[in-house]
Design a protein around this ligand. Sequence first.
Ligand SMILES: [Zn+2]
Length: 150
Amino acid sequence: MKQTPANKKALTNMVPGIITAEGFLGDDHRALTEIIAEDQSHFKRENLDWEEVAEKLQYFMDQGRKGLGEPITVDENWIVRTDEARGHLACPWEDGVFRKINAILKNKKNSLTLFYTELTVHLLKEHQFLEGKGSTFRLEPHLIKEVLYG
Ligand SMILES: [Zn+2]
């Protein structure tokens, strides 16, 4: 994958202090295209579908919001808790702004959890970007699989 101008711009928005205090890359120093390409191959290996994963994460977040900050059980096997803060966050690719909603999704069978936001669902769905290694909101493909399908 080539380094596009759009990715170059996105990268400058991902450093700490621009959109979020922590930024999006953790301590990952690889090129953005490399991070994305590797996660695309992980998704393939885990047999995960980007659209479907995004839909499920969005679904659990929407259900979780009904708990108004308290943990609630969804479809028997999952527990979701959401937190909402004032304000919005822009996508680093500058194609949208998102509410500050965090979700913690736990699979009751294996007790594994995913921690994600409205913005990370967008990043996953539209940019196939799971954030850099070491980032608080990085979504590891194997963990996505265990939590959503385990
Ligand atoms: Zn975007």
